[in-house]
Design a protein around this ligand. Sequence first.
Ligand code: SF4
Ligand code: SF4
Ligand code: SF4
Length: 452
Amino acid sequence: MVNFPDKRKKMVEYTLFLGCIIPARFPFMEKSTRLVLSRLGCILHDLEGATCCPTKSIIKPIGDLAWYVTAARNLALAEKAGHDLLVPCNGCYSTLKSVEVKMRVNPGIRKEVNALLACAGLEYRGTIGVKHLVEVLHDELGIPKIKQHLTKSFEGIRIASHYGCHMLRPSSSIFFDDPNKPKKFDALIEALGAKSIDYETKMLCCGGNLNTSDEPEEATALARMKLNELTKKADAMALTCPSCFMQYDSRQYLMKKTGEKLNVPILFYPELLGLAMGFSTQELGMEMHRIDAAEFLSKWDSKYEYLKTLKDVFDVGSVRKCYECGACVNECPVVKINPDFNPNVIIGRLLSGELEAVIDSHDIWQCVDCYTCYELCPQKMGMNKIFDKLKHIAIEKGKGPKSFTASIEMFKKEGRLGEPSSVRKKLKLAEPPKSGGEELKKLLDHINTKGE
Ligand code: SF4
Ligand code: SF4
Ligand code: SF4
């Protein structure tokens, strides 16, 4: 009896199945995949003798058996090599996984296919797994391990995930994520610090298969729906399928040439991961994209530098912990008398790059440091701590309300904020103790000299 074990060996060695499109049209996808997986400690083996997966939309119409045998031959070769197949192309993954499952659950097909494979001295016994790149990164290598290798965060950058139908479907064969409401690719994007945005056309097919049925207008129309939405909402799109890439990158290029106002850089996920790991765009081969990612990359650079400055003001990551309960706004005494003062709006402005404008504004001087927000916040964020920092930056830059700067000057000079009142005599109060202002001034000068 053929042995089809349920439990498979855990391996960090994989056989890489690239399919036809990646080596032929997008070798930079192979480059980034190899770079990031090697950095994560994986050993990748090539599959000698591999053929087209085969592409379902083109080869299956020839006949089911031709489709099964071609895929099973690739599976048998991988089985001989002894490692799970790692597939960075949605179409190849869906085909190989579907046939692998069919061979396991249908003894009739298995027998018929293996009889044909025997003519080539091959047999598929079902001892290896077929894994999508996203599945390997999320389920096998894991987000904590990925995070250990990151050097530059995508914080503040909005990425739209495009899963692509064949990463998740058909769910009769593919089980690693929900076919309609998947989460794992989004989690991989957010692991890099980026925001994986929600958007209406998220699960819409790219329409690539319409090209094979000579329907380029329809293929363009489907691609346009997503690109139109994302031009307004996202800084870039991330995906893991060369066919989807062709639709969104190459087709977008043609659409732009005819005057369509689109601008969505398309990134193969290992490129995004590679950038966050510190690889350069040249190492990743990103100049081979049709849609130039230069603007996106420069936005990322300035955002990164800006957030580094902002981190001196407050723990930017702590904003993610906010429950949005509203207590810090609803109970703030200043909000009660001035609805234009809104601590949450000020934080939002800081995150969106308005540090200078916020420092210049009157808002930061309105916080009365009452600690109400700190005491009521379930996360103990404390807006007053943030306002303290902002006030400090403003003072360093010579900004601030006149009364405030006058008080600071007096404090620096006299060591106190007011001269003893002459009324004291009328009240027969003794002379107040001498001010230690001189000594304090020396200490403060010492701090200033140290800071220079
Ligand atoms: S979105 Fe299109 S090209 Fe991508 S996997 Fe689905 S059908 Fe294939
Ligand atoms: S500390 Fe400042 S921001 Fe917080 S409640 Fe008091 S006045 Fe409002
Ligand atoms: S009180 Fe804290 S958790 Fe609630 S909205 Fe304000 S910052 Fe967020």
